[in-house]
Design a protein around this ligand. Structure first.
Ligand code: ADE
Length: 490
């Protein structure tokens, strides 16, 4: 990820971001950071970049020409095919929550344009800016601090920047709650004792205590977040009435990734629920036993539903036809498979959890960019190059290796399901698929999550494997819909 800051004060941003974690990430080439001085691009012989506002009014405006040329100098150096945005920092922009930081972290390049004085000539903004962002409802003297906030929040989401990052999809989470209180040595300080439960070593009790504290804190300090949390908890209860059918939506809530789009309870006790995954922007919909007339009046058809959705997962066939009016086509019909017990799956075969004590054993470790072509050549269902690349970069794909030789792989899809399991032909019949899935399921279980996958109807080999691992299947199927067949997020 490369950040370019277009500013009148390059030293300010480079000093601020050149220290601490972002500074280290720049030195280690994990992110690129460049500040471009707008003043270097002025054609005015006195070096002026600002002028009076037409129509009158206090203060000066940044002129179009130097801003345009500064932005163009940056853009001309970015590869044409790179995913990029040009963001203007301004109090009029859209708010900057964590979900927007996550969205921006998917880009290859971010150009951040910092306004000063009373603003920037509108004509240049119209030509270069793709997004406007405000970091809060207050007015700063310029966009530099805001740009630094954006770089910091986005850079820490770039895999490897924090150093202790976990794989995308199986990272620890706190849901929609604030962080619980934490303590370090000494055990007693100013007469205050560290809560006894944290010293006891009982992981289950510690997790439970942390969750309760997170809930208490959120209720006390952020009633707005707490209200959102309660609404999602209510949805979770409704979804739990048909747990296997809705395991994808339930886990979205459990993992703190769900944005509630709609939850409407209807006569007869059924509810229409629509969630969006903040990370992948996949939209999930359910409305058990909806009549055809009800389906036509679904919240899916409201103009404010599903804006920016990358794909849609329906939980009832009745809606497949109905959403064709929204331009969606059916990609795949799948059955949910979930491992709902709390104990880890038993490890067997050539793989050992202690990393292959047996000489013929193999290791399981994350894939790296060098494996991309091999993955694409054997896993054709995902024919979109960017998807495999993104999953590998997010540390979400894992391989079974004999030495350095890749024998098979598995991954976590962008919306959190397990999938992409393949064993290379010459390594089949060695239970490598079983080992890979066991290993990945156990990583989820360790973190208190329910591992689940979605098996395409007709993929008998996969059904057999899931059955052997004692995963449970939903009776009902789910329907992956996309607007553009080739661009499906599967
Ligand atoms: N520039 C001035 N105030 C700002 C704010 N609140 N957010 C982003 N950019 C700004």
């Amino acid at each position: 990820m490369n950040f370019y800051i277009v500013t009148l004060f390059p030293e300010m941003v480079m000093q601020g971001l050149g220290t601490s974690i972002t500074g280290r990430a720049v030195k280690e080439n994990k992110i690129g950071l460049k500040a471009v001085n707008i003043r270097d691009f002025t054609e005015d012989k006195h070096g002026r970049v600002d002028d009076y506002t037409y129509g009158g009014g206090a203060g000066m405006l940044l002129q179009a020409q130097p801003v345009y040329d500064a932005c163009e100098s940056v853009l001309s150096g970015i590869l044409q095919e790179a995913k990029k945005r040009v963001v203007c920092l301004a109090p009029q922009g859209r708010p900057f929550p964590q979900s927007l930081a996550e969205e921006l972290a998917k880009e290859d390049a971010l150009v951040l344009l910092c306004g000063h004085y009373e603003g920037i000539d509108e004509r240049v903004l119209e030509e270069v800016v793709t997004d406007y962002i405000s970091i809060g409802d207050y007015v700063l003297t310029g966009g530099e601090l805001a740009a630094m906030v954006v770089v910091d929040a986005v850079a820490r989401l770039v895999p490897s920047v924090l150093g202790n990052e976990e794989s995308a999809g199986i990272e620890s989470f706190q849901g929609n709650l604030l962080e619980y209180p934490q303590y370090t040595r000494p055990e007693i300080w100013h007469g205050k004792q560290v809560p006894a439960v944290l010293l006891g070593g009982n992981k289950k009790k510690i997790d439970e205590w942390r969750r309760q504290e997170a809930v208490r804190r959120t209720r006390e300090r952020r009633p707005d977040l707490f209200a959102a949390y309660c609404r999602l908890e209510h949805c979770r209860e409704l979804l739990l009435k048909r747990k296997l059918q809705h395991i994808d939506m339930i886990e979205l809530i459990n993992r703190g990734r769900a944005v509630l789009i709609a939850c409407e309870e209807h006569k007869g006790g059924e509810a229409e629920i629509i969630l969006m995954d903040r990370k992948s922007r996949v939209l999930f919909h359910t409305w058990p036993n909806a009549s055809p007339k009800q389906a036509d009046e679904s919240a899916l058809f409201r103009p404010d539903t599903g804006g920016g959705a990358s794909a849609l997962v329906l939980h009832q066939r009745a809606f497949v036809e109905a959403v064709s009016a929204l331009g969606y086509e059916l990609d795949m019909e799948c059955r949910q498979a979930a491992y709902t017990r709390r104990e880890k799956l038993p490890v067997a075969g050539l793989y050992r959890e202690d990393r292959g004590a047996s000489p013929e054993g193999f290791q399981i470790r994350p894939l790296t960019a060098e494996h991309r072509d091999l993955v694409r050549s054997v896993y054709r269902t995902v024919d979109e190059e960017g998807y495999v690349r993104e999953r590998i970069a997010a540390n979400a794909m894992f391989g079974a290796f004999f030495g350095d030789v890749l024998a098979g792989f598995i991954g976590v899809h962008s919306e959190g399901s397990i999938g992409m399991l393949q064993v290379l032909p010459e390594y089949r019949r060695k239970k490598i698929g079983t080992a890979l899935e066991t290993w990945l399921c156990n990583r989820f279980i360790e973190r208190g999550m329910i591992p689940y996958g979605q098996i395409a109807v007709g993929n008998e080999a996969s059904f057999l494997l899931q059955e052997r691992l004692q995963l449970c299947f939903s009776k009902e199927t789910v329907f992956w819909m996309s607007r553009e067949k080739a661009g499906a997020e599967m």
